[in-house]
Write a protein that binds this ligand. Structure first.
Ligand code: AHR
Length: 508
């Protein structure tokens, strides 16, 4: 039938647009699982910045907002649904001026100071409170130390305070402060953005400093965190991967997505036109090449693949004009697609990208949750993270897209469909799809080698407007809807709506 249609169209006997509805084909090989997608790829970043921690998550035990030991019950409850695997804290640039001793002991005796650029820091959230949050979320901790204005001794003391298992003066202090048992620190970051807010250093200088710090970061062998070196551009990765072999499990990279052409004009969070829809998605897709560039260097210096690339800050960053608090921005359907496209890129590099933390968890940049006093709203990015939970610790599956559509506006063209598949821990095969085109639905035929597919069911996130978003007045404006598809002869036919993120569990 299609052949006849095609021939008639070529002969000009039927309108060519009918042919534009041609199918995209996706082949998945369920019989050849690839690397595991580390659950830490779905990590989050919570920095003392704006209302990211205070107000957004921590309101104090005396607040009228329902809380558990100061942490908002509504926010913690919502975050639990995301199975947050890892939280990076306390910064960011904030970490570069943070002195951990300010944040221990009785809260009313803690100093009030200005930390970072602008936070009036009253230190109510310190080490113990952070680990309380971590426990409530069932997450692991990624603590970021202060190289910028700290000392080797201060950092070594902090690690001892957190991890020593009794007997040492600092572990006794921890016990006096209410936590007898050591805290478990999964990752420890030695500094942040040393090329900028962390001290404007050269990579060679930081590499030496790192070696110095790492030498004295002592902890019992079974509880020593994995150490992360703070990276920058590919020059940094080059130098750090040569100099820090055997001393780090990861080099970090920060990569933000803007909608506009420059950092001075990053574009608006809402009310943008289609040019900034496509530019945002095109910019975020650059993550793939950026990862490839860094991995090419790692492959050269670390062929044993002992060092991972940790994308520990990523997400959208729009113009700050009119923001309610520092770096707060609204979050729309466009951000949901940004998150999903990045997940697909991270999955494709699962072997070498074992951890990422989106910036940030609440109220800051590409947040999961926005708050206003006692109100809380879940963002489209939150829903994307929720839909992708099955991909945590799932085995990636080879996937090929044939006859992909492309989406063009002006001089920019990006792939129409992005897809990723994995066999999850529940035994099911999951397929995630993104249609980047804001106006056209796309028909996809899915063929899965190794299993007989009967159908698929899951969720789709889409809306009529490119900037569809939830507000405190209308918190349910955009949320995922159920979606299912049937298979015929083992082949699934899926129509993905325009501008949509979809995650389906295949029924065998
Ligand atoms: O996430 C906001 C800031 O962006 C972080 O503090 C810093 O590390 C980066 O420049």
């Amino acid at each position: 039938m299609n052949i006849i249609k095609h021939s008639l169209a070529v002969l000009g006997m039927i309108a060519a647009p009918a042919f534009a509805a041609s199918q995209v084909s996706i082949s998945i090989d369920a019989g050849k699982p690839g690397p595991v997608i580390n659950k830490y790829v779905y990590g989050q970043f919570a920095e003392h910045l704006g209302t990211g921690v205070y107000e957004g998550m921590y309101v104090g035990p005396k607040s009228t907002i329902p809380n558990t030991r100061g942490w908002r019950n509504d926010v913690v409850g919502a975050l639990k649904e995301l199975h947050v695997p890892l939280v990076r804290w306390p910064g960011g640039c904030f970490a570069d001026t943070y002195h951990w001793r300010d944040g221990i002991g009785p809260q009313d005796k803690r100093p009030r100071n200005v930390n970072g650029d602008s936070v009036d820091e009253f230190n109510a959230v310190g080490t113990h409170e952070f680990f309380d949050l971590i426990d409530m979320l069932g997450a692991d901790a990624y603590v970021n130390g202060n190289v910028g204005t700290g000392t080797v001794q201060e950092m070594a003391d902090w690690l001892e305070y957190m991890t020593a298992d009794g007997g040492s003066p600092l572990s006794r202090l921890r016990a006096q402060n209410g936590h007898e048992k050591p805290f478990k620190v999964a990752y420890f970051g030695i500094g942040n953005e040393l090329w900028g807010c962390g001290g404007n250093m050269k990579p060679e200088y930081y590499a030496n400093l790192y070696r110095n710090y790492e030498t004295f970061l002592r902890a019992p062998a079974n509880s020593r965190p994995k150490m992360i070196a703070s990276g920058g551009d590919t020059t940094w990765t080059d130098i750090l991967s040569k100099e820090l072999k055997g001393r780090t499990v990861g080099i970090s990279v920060h990569q933000y997505t803007i909608a506009g052409a420059t950092w001075e004009d990053k574009g608006k969070d809402l009310g943008f036109k289609e040019d900034q829809w496509i530019s945002t998605l095109a910019n975020t897709l650059k993550m793939d090449q950026i990862i490839k560039d860094h991995l090419a260097i790692l492959d050269k210096h670390d062929p044993e693949k002992k060092i991972g690339l940790m994308v520990d800050e990523w997400g959208t960053w729009y113009d700050e004009k009119g923001a309610k608090s520092a770096l707060s921005q609204q979050n729309s359907l466009r951000d949901a697609l940004v998150a999903a496209l990045n997940f697909h890129i991270f999955h494709a590099h699962a072997e070498r990208v074992p951890m990422t933390t989106i910036a940030q968890m609440v109220n800051v940049l590409q947040a999961m949750i926005l708050t206003d006093k006692e109100k809380m709203v879940l963002t489209p990015t939150y829903y994307t993270f929720q839909m992708y939970v099955p991909f945590q610790d799932a085995k990636s599956l080879p996937l090929a897209i044939k006859d992909n559509t492309s989406y063009t506006l002006g001089t920019t063209t990006i792939p129409g469909v992005s897809a990723s598949a994995a066999r999850a821990k529940d035994g099911k095969v999951y397929l995630a799809l993104v249609n980047t085109d804001p106006s056209k639905a796309v028909d996809i035929a899915v063929d899965v080698a190794g299993i007989k597919v009967k159908g698929a069911a899951g969720k789709v996130l889409t809306s009529a407007a490119m900037d569809a978003h939830n507000t405190f007045q209308n918190p349910q404006a955009i949320k995922p809807a159920p979606f299912s598809a049937r298979a015929a002869g083992g082949e699934l036919s899926i129509k993905v709506p325009a501008k949509a993120v979809m995650v389906l569990a295949l029924e065998e």
